[in-house]
Design a protein around this ligand. Structure first.
Ligand SMILES: [Zn+2]
Length: 114
């Protein structure tokens, strides 16, 4: 799966980088991580931020054949080095997607139980 296809087919916006595909039982997950360019302080707009951790959000998108397709997007937890603000960088959701929080569940289990 190419990154450009992901952008066009599933509405992935720029700033996210495709890293891998996880094949589960009856579903496919595309894993995306946030690029450094997305990490900007919402309070002072400084790009001098450091990552403090991350979680993942799982978005169901259009199926491929009979497979359910999920986009697993990284939500970095950051702290601004300029003003001290802590914040998350959450992806904007393309329309008509369903959002499920998966917390810190290992990625290999995203598709489990299907
Ligand atoms: Zn700041």
């Amino acid at each position: 799966m190419s990154q450009s296809l992901l952008y066009h087919a599933f509405g992935i916006r720029k700033g996210y980088e495709y890293v891998r595909t996880v094949y589960g039982d009856g579903c496919i997950s595309f894993v995306l991580v946030a690029r450094q360019e997305l990490l900007v302080c919402p309070r002072c707009h400084s790009a001098e931020v450091s990552r403090k951790g991350r979680r993942f959000r799982q978005l169901q998108t259009v199926p491929i054949g009979f497979k359910r397709v999920w986009l697993v997007t990284e939500v970095p937890l950051c702290k601004c080095l300029a003003c001290g603000q802590s914040f998350e960088v959450a992806p904007l959701l393309p329309q008509r997607m369903f959002l499920t929080r998966i917390g810190s569940k290992p990625l290999s289990r995203v598709c489990g139980g299907g």
